[in-house]
Design a protein around this ligand. Sequence first.
Ligand code: SAM
Length: 959
Amino acid sequence: MTLQLDAPVPAPGDDSDPPSTAGIPAARLIDVWFPCREVDKAVGTARGSGLSEKALFTWFASRPIAQARAAVLCSLLPDTADNRADVRAAVGGGDPLAFNRLRNRITAQYAPKPPVVLDVFSGRGIIPLEAARAGATAVGTDLSPVATLGGRLLADLPMRDWSAEPPLPYAPPNPSDESQEDAPAQARRRPRRSTSAQSTLDHMEAKKAESRLLADVRAVLAEVGRRVAAKVADLYPGNPERNGETPWAYLWAVTIPCDSCGRRFPLVGSMVLRHPYRRTSDDGQSLRLCFDSDSWSSEVQPGPPDQEPVFAAPAGRRGKSARCPFPGCGRVHSLDVVKAKGFAGQYEDALLAVAETDHETNQKFFRAPRPDETAAAYRAVPDLLPAVLGLTAVPDELIPAGNRDNVRASGYGYLSYRSLFNPRQATLLAATVRTITEVYEELAGIVSQDYAGALVAYAASNVMRQIKTSTRGARNRPHGNLSGTEQNRVTVDHIFSSQSVIKHQFDYLEVGPGAGPGTWVSLSASLANALRKVLEENQPGARPARFRRESAITLPFRDGTVDTLVTDPPYYDMIAYSDSSDLFHVWFKRALRTAVPDLFDSSLDGADGLQDKTDEIIVKGRGAKGAGDHRSDKARYERLLAQSFDEARRVLKADGHLTVIFGHADPEAWKRLLSALATAEFVVSSSWPSRTETAVTGVATISVTVSIGARVAPPRRPIGLAAQVDAEVVTRVKQLCRGWDRDGLALGDQLMASYGAALQIVGRYSKVLTPDGKETTLDHYMGLSRRAVRDAVALRLDEQPLETFDPHTRLAIFWHVVHGRQDVPRGEARFFAQSDGLRLEDLRGPILAERKAGYRLRHDAPGDIGPASSAYEVVRGMAAAWPSGTDTVAACLAASQRSVTDAHVWALVDWLTTKLPPSDPVAVALAAIKRNHGSVQAVAAQTAPPEPAVLPSLFEEKP
Ligand SMILES: C[S@@+](CC[C@H](N)C(=O)[O-])C[C@H]1O[C@@H](n2cnc3c(N)ncnc32)[C@H](O)[C@@H]1O
């Protein structure tokens, strides 16, 4: 075993330490201050996002490094002017001098021992990394062995001193291999200088940063690459016309037999191979299918496609189907039929084209495969490969049921992890994994087992990065467009959508063992580059962070030993961490079972051979989609989270702080998190929103995460009276809104940030009682804080305060401000209604339209108009009636039986005109009505209100 922690770790700290309260003021920075602006700014920069640290390893929902740094520093340090200034500088601009001063202060503050910082949901270890860099004893635990390995590669192994290890017997990579890193990736990293000056500088930079670990990781990666290329050479013949060079990649498509004519055809979803680019007079390339009576073949042609893709959505319709392309057939196969064919075992892979690199332009070009290439492409038989470390060479573990939304191919009949790859892809990976085990055996006889394990763990991480652009989920990615106005490089896409969903494609790119994006050599170069950056940022004397695979609900640490616990717990239903990483786990088991047994020994697996998910704290699937999975229960999420906070309280020192980072658009998720904190007897001391997500991790549903400071609830808190506590909450939230507004925080995000602020007040009391002696609920305070945000906006429409509008209109206006025309998830929509004392059921129809993704505010014609209609419906009715003329608009107004000059109706006409895009048909109609308001009012005054039933015919209802 090599990567286990050096000694048993009964406690992350040492409880013989003198009590750390000595000399530490009670309040830490996080209680009173947080560098929100600096975090916001820094997460958009290379340094603050932590993108280079994250490039080492693939994991989901990780914190931007600037936020992790801010959370760690503010949770450790007391509030002084110097600390504030230095934290600002260290977080905002990564100022090394400021960071160093802070480290020294932390060391002095907690002397004689450094503080212990624990992250119990450590993922790939960004928070422990920052804690270690800040001079703390950093410890990370995570349930997933895959994530735990990520933490070690990032924040443990690079901080160890390996200088006494004997030299390795492997040659460093060829300098030409180093340049095999995806050229655009290099270009993105640094501005180009003149070639010779650049190479001198590159060399100097590389030399300066070269550490023992970096040099040896590069050598091991190169050795693995060389051996694998030799092992699979007969499967990937070189091109005799290009000095035997191995092509970059191969384009495949899955074929199915036609239900009508019985002939097989390929499910090609895009005919574009490379877009044109006018600037370089490049016409681009496309695919063409040719048909003989019973068979088809593919050709590569210059220029844009002249055929429609076979697997596509028919024009103007949603949802893809497959049309048999054989002349005279044309039978359409619905998506369900296509999927059924997969389950019936009717899919076959067909090679369509080969991609190579033009070394003059560094551009990719496609060509038809040679006959020997086609023969070789089908030659791989993974079943014949000998077992590796007692396991099948390619992973035959089954994808658990219930993962069709998460591992998409399992919804098409690909039921095992090996089946996600075509046989040759699987064989290439199996050869790589076997080579890693061989290299480990060799190295363990030369260097220490720890070091051998460390080196092959980086190699295994490169396999993971290779898988990220493998499987049938990796498509050819032609950049640019059909009109040739944009740069047109060609790369291979990665397999994840929405951060963690493993995609499936019927036409996909297989990257070979040669050079180019996604190949071993290219990934080796970018891994080495990421490691170099991590090493460069390391602080002299920083202790390696330690990582263990543990469940947060049963921590293996002694009571009262942790100074600060900083963590971001799983985000409710957003990511199924272990389901999305089992694809990596099954290969890690094969590569690292001997080298890293504390993470990858089979005895640690669940019964299905995958990661053990018994304790995983997520909400799996929504509604029926999670049926049958023990993780689908929302109450279980809250219960286990509360247990993990209970454990946090146990291991924290008496004056310890808990900092929780969280974000979710669904108030239900917030309710569960905040309830769990309260159940575990934590009180919120502060909450600080940061705009961290859209720019960095691509989580579509949130743009803000909140750093929540919490402390163990003090004993004997007073009982609060609802009237007084409610007033305090409202005042506090409104006061915060002013600052949030100044900082440009979107209203939706202010709503989210307001919950923590409310709990800050509520947490001062052991309970809060209403006049009739009932205890107030969390729901009450979340609703109250949302209303306070709404009121703080002090919306006035043409001098009409928002609160004077009827309830449905009030909700519609605020909804429009917060969410515009977007779909809003059901949970948020329900809470939106509840916060205003309304029922979602009553809003569905008149105000909101139900859609697949949730609810959307209606801007179209209402069903009918009568005296009971809200002002919002009347105005929508008037807008819809406009194309039929002034009289119809007037009839609509008359039907509402309001005064023809009703202030609310006309204020809303005016307001919506300015809030909708000027070209929006509703805005155009309302602008016209506004211009003609005199005539509309005059006609309406003369018009007897029509029967409501007549009204729908006044305007055409739009879908
Ligand atoms: C939001 S992520 C943490 C990301 C991390 N901060 C990073 O920067 O990579 C939540 C983590 O909780 C882990 N997790 C889920 N259930 C757990 C449990 N019972 N105990 C420990 N970790 C768990 C998941 O594996 C996941 O890595």
